[in-house]
Design a protein around this ligand. Structure first.
Ligand code: COA
Length: 148
């Protein structure tokens, strides 16, 4: 079941899987649109969208509990986000991810997103500590986009 996120009780442990910054999460939760996936009364997945400009949404966060990953829940949530944006007559949905986030790049491209821009050194400039994933330093932000 997918239901609107309870902003008074956000699932931080899940949201932190996708974004290490508690502060950033709090900021976009205030104005964002969030939904959660629930199985047997447990929140197992979440996503948060933000309206960037007229017709343009950005996916700020999407996460599925580790024990539930690889079962199609992320795909269902992302499809829900796409459908939400289409219902709002939006034209573009964008997602920013790191150059080292290989699983996420596979996930988004399989759902039809295309890499449209690179913001060089984004993670070097905006994060205090170097980030490594898959043995690669996360330096650049890749922007993936879907025309709706
Ligand atoms: N490599 C290749 N393909 C992958 C993949 C990987 N590591 N992970 C997922 N996929 C593919 C699946 O094979 C599936 O493709 P298919 O439809 O052709 O079978 C598709 O992506 C959907 O997979 P799904 O099972 O719905 O993904 P999920 O429930 O595990 O959710 C994430 C995906 C990214 C949300 C989840 O792994 C997660 O929460 N990761 C940690 C948080 C995070 O990094 N969030 C994104 C921040 S940018």
């Amino acid at each position: 079941m997918i239901s609107p996120l309870d902003k008074n009780n956000p699932p931080y442990s899940l949201l932190l899987l996708a974004d290490p910054s508690h502060q950033q999460i709090q900021t976009y939760l205030k104005t964002g649109i969030g939904y959660q996936a629930i199985i047997d009364d447990q929140v197992v997945g979440v996503y948060v969208l933000q309206l960037r400009s007229t017709g343009h949404y950005e996916l700020m966060n999407i996460a599925v509990l580790e024990a539930h990953q690889g079962k199609g829940i992320g795909k269902t949530l992302l499809q829900h986000a796409i459908d939400y944006c289409r219902q709002k007559q939006a034209h573009t949905l964008e997602i920013g991810t790191g150059n080292s986030s290989l699983s996420q790049l596979a996930f988004y491209q399989k759902l039809g997103f295309r890499i449209v821009r690179v913001i060089p050194n984004f993670f070097v400039t905006h994060y205090d500590e170097p980030i490594f994933e898959n043995g690669i330093q996360c330096r650049d932000m890749l922007i993936l986009s879907m025309q709706l």
